[in-house]
Design a protein around this ligand. Structure first.
Ligand SMILES: Nc1ncnc2c1ncn2[C@@H]1O[C@H](COP(=O)(O)OP(=O)(O)OP(=O)(O)O)[C@@H](O)[C@H]1O
Ligand SMILES: [Mg+2]
Length: 311
């Protein structure tokens, strides 16, 4: 898939928001914005907020409600100051549904700064909506008015879907982090953006497992960690749902699991057992291709399905 351009220059400052109900995915302000999108001309981007110099925004920490922030105790690197600024450092990776950006939250005039990963789920403006213009080219004015109305609703729907994916990922990160599974600490969620601990050093992201060439003891240690993480998840009734050597990274010898919006409840999902087995096989396949005994993968599968009560 073609790489998408860096959208750093369109990074917008955001206004302060008022409290929302705990179980709402979107704040009243966000819903207001979506409503405006449905009724407004798509080319009218509305008034600009006051904000810090271009390319930055005020820290969005205080815009998330308590349940939209990471579990306590907050790590000491979390910056909660109202005067903090979020700087865009660049795009780490563009994906199918989301782009992962590197941001720095810093308190101006001090040396307090923390680098974090910001995963932004693609919303309407960045997905199929632009392509909709191709489909509507050459149609009559009246029909095209209907189609514009439809496109606005579609845009709203896509924005909502992006928010649901973000909420699902934040929820999974919270649950798993609390359970002791090696996942990035979830800092906060706001709309379609999930901010989490950055796994890496000095702004360089940790390599994906698939990019590493571990020697035998390292391979053994990484497999042991994979087993322990999968055991913990199974004990809590979950499996990753898309586990592979591409959705895991290695930092300082630690295996960390990423990319969790599709986390599977192995009991509620009728295909729960299949997902569990597939996760074990996908990740295990990478290890056996590097010399690990295939029996280890079979053993883990038996152990986990027994642990889940689904032998
Ligand atoms: N917290 C993080 N710290 C460091 N790197 C990260 C972090 N989150 C994501 N990345 C990097 O960004 C990549 C994409 O992240 P992720 O898999 O969550 O997004 P995605 O949209 O599902 O991407 P894809 O479609 O490629 O799977 C990861 O493989 C990893 O290299
Ligand atoms: Mg991924």
């Amino acid at each position: 898939m073609a790489r998408r351009p860096d959208r750093t220059s369109t990074f917008q400052s955001t206004a302060r928001r008022r409290p929302v109900d705990e179980d709402e995915v979107f704040s009243p302000q966000e819903r207001e914005r979506f409503e405006a999108m449905r009724s407004a001309d798509p080319d009218d981007h509305g008034p600009c907020d006051d904000g810090p110099p271009s390319g930055d925004r005020w820290s969005i920490w205080d815009q998330s409600e308590p349940l939209q922030r990471g579990p306590r105790p907050w790590p000491d690197w979390i910056i909660t100051d109202l005067g903090a600024v979020d700087h865009e450092l660049g795009v780490l990776k563009t994906g199918k549904e989301a782009d992962v950006h590197l941001i720095e939250r810093a308190v101006p005039g001090t040396d307090r700064a923390t680098v974090m990963a910001s995963k932004r789920y693609r919303s309407a403006e960045h997905t199929h909506f632009n392509r909709a213009a191709d489909y509507t080219a050459g149609r009559t004015a009246r029909r095209s008015r209907d189609r514009r109305a439809l496109a606005k609703r579609t845009r709203f729907g896509l924005e909502q879907a992006a928010g649901r994916w973000a909420a699902a990922e934040f929820d999974a990160l919270q649950r798993l982090h609390t359970a002791g599974v090696a996942v990035p600490y979830p800092v906060q969620i706001l709309g379609t953006e999930v901010i989490m601990e950055f796994v890496g050093a000095d702004r360089a992201a940790a390599p994906r497992l698939a990019e590493t060439r571990p020697d035998e003891p390292e391979l053994e240690s990484l497999w042991d960690q994979a087993c322990e993480n999968l055991r913990l998840m199974t004990e809590h009734g979950f499996t990753h749902g898309d586990l592979s050597a591409y959705n895991t990274v290695v930092h300082d010898g630690r295996l960390i699991l990423l990319d969790l919006p599709q986390i599977v409840d192995i009991y509620a999902n009728p295909m729960g057992r299949e997902f569990l087995v597939r996760d074990v096989q996908n990740l295990g396949g990478w290890f056996t291709a590097r010399g690990m005994d295939a029996a280890e993968v079979g053993d883990l599968q038996s152990e986990l399905t027994a642990l889940a009560g689904m032998p």
